[in-house]
Design a protein around this ligand. Structure first.
Ligand code: ARG
Ligand code: ZN
Ligand code: CA
Length: 408
């Protein structure tokens, strides 16, 4: 089913009251075209889902980090995968906390997740990419999804669920596209300290439920309140509710459009409550999500994805982070200053950098003291330079171009 998200600047409202709205905000910026979209599934119809089939979704994690804290561990990634596999199969330890009147509505979606073992070039992979970025933070504008913008390019979204983990601006925990959006931005984005259950996390979003929620969107689910006052999420067995809930209300929590005394289903993953408060998807949500995998559905191609089977991989993993990864030198071309930025201070401190021109003439020597050093080069003649780092095991060399200043 295709539906239209009406964007009425909820996010302004939501942000003002300190709540979180990543996906609604994102959809607002990108218009309803993502959902109503012109994207039709023109590929040969695949097989349908089988009735009780356990659907397996291969996942690739793009960790796009600027500092060590953001470069989350593989262990933290695994803890998130575990949450997803528990939540989507209703194996979550807190499933007993679903209030009794809602318990019969709670569903095992029979959807699971695996880390990719084969990369798009057919090589072995861990399914986890750690990539340094110069960007200290990202807005919800998809830059983390493009290598050319300091992010990391999506892997084929017909076979992989792309999950970008990075430092999102402000209080945004995550956002997602809906099914049918362009392939190069298809996937979800999660704030690095709201991902998984181990590592440095930001309570009350420390139980991995942000990814559970965003993948709900990725599989076509809307917020329970339909992003409008007593709006509609298109799902019959989620009760109507006036607006989003936050923190953790006590049951029952009624609102103006409640149809019975049980009130809001605030413990549903598609509300905005604390991680510790959420514990269910409904059968209606399950059917909507599984429907995406049916013949003609936007996620149908996943039924043929074999990228979690390492026997399909050949060759060594692609080397992570190139040798210059820990250091970046920018802008290039430069005009009046060059910034040398190291991933961490310990690597930079005491290191000497030298700047030569093409003839080997030394123009500048500088000892680094902090992780970021700006050098003034306004007086250098225009042309090509080489910046060399010394006292490194392997010296690193950057080719830089000085261009005329365009300031008059
Ligand atoms: N899209 C929502 C946001 O950033 C995610 C809410 C997730 N809720 C949670 N308890 N983890 O704002
Ligand atoms: Zn959402
Ligand atoms: Ca509903």
């Amino acid at each position: 089913m295709k539906f239209i998200f009406t964007f009425i600047c909820w996010c302004c409202v939501i942000n003002a009251i300190g709540q979180r709205c990543g996906t609604t905000d994102y959809l607002g910026q990108h218009g309803a075209s993502i959902i109503t979209g012109t994207t039709t599934n023109t590929e040969t119809a695949g097989r349908d889902t089988l009735k009780n089939e356990v659907i397996v979704i291969p996942v690739v994690i793009h960790i796009v980090y600027h500092n060590n804290a953001q470069n989350i561990s593989n262990e933290q990634v695994l803890s998130q995968l575990e949450v997803l596999n528990n939540d989507y199969r209703r194996l979550n330890a807190d499933n007993a906390r679903t209030p009794v009147p809602f318990a019969s509505l709670a569903a095992d979606t029979r959807i699971t997740f695996c880390l990719a073992k084969v990369d798009p070039n057919g090589r072995h992979t861990t399914g986890i990419i750690h990539k340094y970025t110069k960007a200290e933070l990202f807005l919800s504008d998809d830059e983390m999804k493009f290598s050319s913008k300091g992010g990391d390019d999506a892997w084929d979204s017909k076979k992989y669920l792309n999950i970008w983990v990075c430092n999102l601006f402000g209080r945004t925990l995550g956002y997602s596209v809906l099914p049918g959006s362009p392939s190069n931005t298809d996937g979800i984005v999660i704030q690095y300290n709201a991902f998984g259950t181990t590592g440095t996390l930001n309570p009350p979003f420390n139980k991995g439920r942000t990814a559970t929620h965003e993948i709900g969107h990725w599989l076509g689910l809307r917020h329970l309140w339909g992003d409008a006052v007593c709006g509609n999420d298109g799902i019959a067995d989620t009760p109507p509710q006036q607006s989003s809930n936050s923190n953790c209300p006590s049951f029952p929590h009624s609102s103006s459009c409640s149809v019975n005394s049980f009130g809001d289903m605030f413990m549903n993953y598609m509300d905005f409550t604390d991680d510790d408060c959420m514990n269910m998807f409904t059968h209606g949500q399950k059917n909507e999500m599984r429907g995406q995998f049916a013949t003609g559905g936007f996620r149908n191609s996943f039924l043929n994805s074999t990228v979690c089977d390492s026997s399909n991989a050949q060759g060594d993993p692609f080397p992570e982070d190139d040798i210059n990864a820990g250091i970046s030198v920018y802008p290039n071309p430069f005009t009046d200053q060059v910034i040398i930025s190291y991933k961490n201070v310990s690597e930079a401190a005491g290191k000497t950098i030298k700047l030569y021109d093409v003839t080997g003439k030394l123009y500048l020597t500088q000892i680094l003291k902090s992780s970021k050093t700006s050098i003034s080069v306004a007086n250098l003649p225009n042309g090509i330079y080489f910046l060399k780092t010394e006292s490194d095991v392997k010296p690193k060399i950057f080719k830089l171009i000085k261009q005329p200043s365009n300031r008059f």
